[in-house]
Design a protein around this ligand. Structure first.
Ligand code: HAM
Length: 418
């Protein structure tokens, strides 16, 4: 006989059983609701893109080492999107004349990166993308950061649970130029890793790139970077004035993509149990122009579900999944009662209630156990007595408490308990 097929999923991706998906869906529902309050509209696209979309201006590391790229049957090179920003830029460029700028758009795509699976890093994740296009002023950067904060708060977080580290590509560029660094990308890559290196390791790696460390110009607030640093300080002060004070300047924030042109930022968890970047983004004013036409200024961020779930778990922030679960289990004393129970369940569904009906010939006791196993909070038996009397006994499974009530009162009861 053949070996049975493995039930394992592909390495680094997840299966979402209903309870897992209910958690993620509840988070997305909260996110969608919050973003709708700010006038952000949801868009979507296929995960398949032409490979060339990523090859000109995103990130060498991602393109060369992390994309899933293959030939289709018509010899076209196809990439499973590793991020959404190039797709967004392509979509905006394609319809730039018809769209009403500024655009406030969001999407929650699944994205794919061939990474070594580890805490916070998988090969497929869902990534909320929130972007504001068409506004060059730093008010837009501010709005995007405010939204990042509001999303975390809508999920139960407090200001003290996270910190926003901001830097500026323009500042880094100026500093590199003033220090005479020619291998700018190599230098930025080194900065990105600096926090994890010893001073000796850093000095050795630095010596291979430049005589003069641009970071010293930044830390010394030297003349060539002073203007950009002032802009950043003003930006942080403006955020503080609008009530967001957990923002700090961090010259080591680099971000992996080449397309950033201005402010870059990352939200970090402040808990020592999860000292990690939660999500990040920045301003990318030249990406849309890669598709021709005038540049469209843009700023936004990507927030992954993996790091977000770790954050919520670290801070014990519960996710309410009740809205996707049945509220009531309708049991049947006898298999002959099934048609009447179905009919009764249908009448409750018309009232907007979420009902699970027994389908088995198990005893009522076993049906109650089944309801508990399924995490359904309420149970009633519905048979000939209930049809005749039009009253039911409702059991609250968490406490074992029971109450009698007329069937007509059941819907309002279920609605109030949600
Ligand atoms: P990114 O920093 O590469 O930016 O990804 C954004 C977020 O996605 C990360 O902070 C993290 O939460 C999550 N993430 C990234 N890679 C993985 C992974 N392998 N496993 C799990 N989660 C991951 C971007 O992708 C930019 N396109 C974001 C952006 C939007 N910038 C402007 N607009």
């Amino acid at each position: 006989m053949d070996e049975p097929l493995s039930t394992d999923s592909y390495k680094g991706v997840r299966d979402f059983y209903p309870a897992d998906w209910a958690r993620l869906s509840a988070i997305f529902a909260r996110i969608r609701e919050t973003l709708s309050h700010y006038g952000y509209e949801e868009y979507n696209a296929s995960p398949l893109e032409r490979a060339e979309l990523y090859e000109s201006k995103t990130s060498e590391e991602i393109v060369n080492e992390q994309t899933y790229t293959f030939m289709d049957r018509g010899d076209r090179r196809v990439t499973l999107r590793p991020e959404m920003t190039p797709t967004l830029a392509r979509m905006v460029a394609a319809k730039r004349r018809e769209l009403a700028f500024p655009l406030r758009w969001f999407s929650i795509p699944n994205v794919f990166r061939y990474e070594r699976p580890q805490r916070g890093r998988l090969r497929e994740h869902y990534q909320l993308n929130v972007d504001l296009l068409g506004v060059a002023d730093s008010k837009a950067d501010g709005e995007i950061i405010v939204i990042g904060c509001e999303l975390l708060k809508a999920l139960g977080a407090a200001d003290k649970d996270f910190v926003i580290r901001v830097n500026s590509r323009a500042l880094l560029d100026n500093a590199c130029e003033a220090a005479g660094v020619t291998a700018k990308k190599r230098y930025m890559h080194l900065l990105d890793r600096k926090a994890k290196m010893t001073p000796e390791e850093y000095s050795a790696a630095l010596a291979a790139i430049t005589q003069r460390d641009p970071l010293e110009l930044i830390n010394g607030n030297a003349e060539p970077i002073r203007d950009e640093k002032k802009k950043l300080d003003d930006f942080i002060a403006a955020l503080a004035a609008s009530g967001i004070s957990n923002v700090v300047f961090d010259p080591l924030i680099v971000r992996g993509f080449d397309y950033y042109t201005g402010i870059i930022f990352e939200f970090f968890d402040t808990s020592p149990a999860n000292p990690r970047s939660l999500f990040g983004g920045g301003r990318y004013d030249n990406l849309v122009a890669l598709f021709g036409g005038e540049p469209v200024p843009a700023v936004g961020f990507g927030m992954g579900d993996v790091t977000l779930l770790d954050f919520l778990t670290t801070h014990n922030l519960p996710i309410d999944t009740r809205a996707s679960r049945p509220q009531l289990y309708v049991g049947t004393p006898n298999v002959n009662d099934l048609p009447a129970a179905q009919k009764f369940a249908d009448s409750l569904r018309k009232e907007g209630c979420r009902i699970f009906v027994n389908l088995s010939d198990r005893s009522l006791g076993d049906q109650i156990k089944d309801a508990v196993k399924r995490n359904i909070p309420l149970f009633i038996a519905y048979g000939s007595d209930e049809v005749a009397n039009q009253t039911v006994r409702m059991k609250i499974l968490a406490t074992g408490e029971e109450m009698g009530l007329p069937v007509s009162e059941l819907p309002s009861h279920l609605r109030s308990g949600s």
